[in-house]
Design a protein around this ligand. Structure first.
Ligand code: UDP
Length: 236
């Protein structure tokens, strides 16, 4: 295994599968089984999941809702997704813990770094819910923050596309994929990997990011074993 401890970031939208809203149980099950494979190989797995399939603060704000209020709704949406993923992982026989950035003790532990690390060492998958606990941030930022806190080797951003391209491959047929790219080049070329706050936090802490297609079976395992899947963003 190339990576011993990973932070997997999944977007909320990915959970929709072919639906327009909410959670597709089939997709959830697929993800759980992909994650199970790497856990069985002894990889320590932490997960941050977004909430975009349910609610986004900016979307609320554009409809006249208070932004901060909307962001808290978004954070709660990530907890709903986290609970769903936790349940799917447990169905696969994986031990899990959910820790949230906003205390909700009846359903999750509060985020405590040392405790999270202990769970990982014991082979439990730790899901971090409620983002950073602060409005105006994203779950990408939460993913990078938690990855740094728990000393993850890498952040794996599972998306619908199989890496970072010179242009949007869904719009431009001439777009080509990078296998590796530096943080500086991503900036210089104006490419979008994560929002700027998350991206610079990752860069400043030398935390590599791998963007890969999570919907392709076996890909997560390939990434973890060091196969050339997706695009790696690193310092050099
Ligand atoms: N959010 C927030 N602070 C955080 C993380 C998330 O306020 O630290 C809110 C924000 O409104 C965001 C929503 O939660 O729009 C859902 O998260 P995100 O958009 O990152 O989900 P994804 O795009 O990954 O599905």
């Amino acid at each position: 295994m190339k990576y011993k401890r990973i932070l997997l970031k999944l977007s909320g939208e990915a959970l929709m599968g072919s639906r327009q809203y909410g959670i597709d149980p089939a997709r959830l099950k697929e993800y759980a089984s992909e994650i199970k494979q790497v856990v069985k190989e002894g990889v320590e797995v932490a997960i941050v999941i977004g909430g975009g399939n349910i609610f986004r603060g900016v979307a609320g704000a554009s409809n006249g809702m208070d932004r901060v209020q909307g962001d808290y709704m978004g954070m709660l949406a990530t907890v709903i997704n986290s609970l769903a993923l936790q349940s799917a992982l447990e169905d696969e026989g994986i031990y899990t813990r959910l820790q949230t950035a906003i205390k909700m003790e009846a359903i999750a532990e509060p985020f405590i770094k040392r405790r999270a690390v202990r769970h990982l060492e014991k082979g439990r998958v730790v899901i971090f819910g409620a983002g950073t606990g602060n409005p105006y941030f994203t779950t990408d930022s939460a993913a990078v923050l938690r990855a740094i806190e728990i000393n993850a080797d890498v952040i794996l951003k599972g998306t619908r596309v199989d890496g970072i391209y010179t242009a949007d491959p869904e719009k431009d047929s001439t777009a080509t994929k990078f296998e590796r790219i530096t943080f500086d080049d991503v900036m210089d070329k104006g490419l979008k990997v994560m929002d700027m706050t998350a991206f610079t936090l990752s860069q400043e802490n030398n935390l590599p990011i791998i963007v890969f297609d999570m919907n392709k079976k076996g890909n997560l395992m390939k990434v973890v074993t060091g196969e050339n899947v997706g695009t790696t963003v690193d310092v050099k």
